[in-house]
Design a protein around this ligand. Structure first.
Ligand code: C5P
Length: 216
């Protein structure tokens, strides 16, 4: 593996994407939000009125979808969908899409291809444990459900979504349960990952902690 690959995994709302984005800028490498890919497939299914529990239909959609990242934007079949994938409707359905093995194969292929061509930091659930088991650095971020819920709540309110903190905490607990218990490539801490509890820590503190472990 010639390019630098950094894996950032952990449960929903632990601060992975915020931290990974800043670390990417500091190190001048690419950032890939792998959760956004599963959200994009889910969004497309919902838009096409596909029943998320109908695995065959979901697989068909995933096979016929193009997902791309450019300039901090995510493209679904050529269209920017940064905001559309952040709704509660997508959040409530995404883990049932992400547990389908064939959907994961397709997404993982894209992720590995990106890692082959570029130095990259990826955030997700299975990056250190499955997608890049030989990643140069692996981090596993955690925080209490209360803290994760209030962070997500703040983010969504700032973006203009009307959601309650209880709805969000329920969503993240439910997603963590499905993500941790799925058969294929579940949410799990890689044995060689560095665990960071972000509860009560500022963004800056966590970024500094991550960067201090990386030698390039
Ligand atoms: O990171 P985010 O919370 O946006 O991820 C949304 C969902 O996508 C997760 O709850 C999980 O079901 C799925 N996911 C996954 N594997 C990844 C990244 C995300 O299964 N590597």
């Amino acid at each position: 593996m010639n390019n630098l690959v950094i894996a950032v995994d952990g449960p929903a709302g632990a601060g992975k994407s915020t931290i990974a984005k800043i670390v990417a800028e500091k190190l001048n490498i690419n950032y890939i939000d792998t959760g956004a890919m599963y959200r994009a497939i889910t969004y497309k299914c919902l838009e096409n009125k596909v029943d998320i529990n109908n695995e065959e239909e979901v697989k068909k959609i995933a096979k016929n979808t193009n997902i791309d990242f450019k300039d901090n934007n995510i493209y679904l079949d050529g269209k920017i969908i940064n905001e559309e994938i952040r709704t509660m409707k997508v959040s409530n359905n995404v883990s049932n899409v992400a547990k389908i093995k064939e959907v994961r194969y397709l997404m993982v292929d894209v992720q590995r291809e990106i890692g082959k061509r570029n130095s990259v930091i990826l955030d997700g659930r299975d990056i250190g444990s499955y997608v890049f088991p030989n990643a140069h650095y692996k981090f596993f971020l955690i925080a209490t459900p209360q803290e994760r819920g209030s962070r997500r709540h703040r983010e969504l309110i700032e973006k203009g979504y009307e959601v309650t903190i209880d709805e969000i905490i329920n969503d993240i607990i439910k997603r963590d349960e499905i993500d941790s218990n799925r058969e294929f490539a579940p949410l799990v801490k890689a044995t060689d990952a560095i665990e960071i509890d972000t509860t009560g820590k500022s963004i800056n503190e966590v970024v500094e902690l991550v960067v201090s472990k990386i030698n390039i």
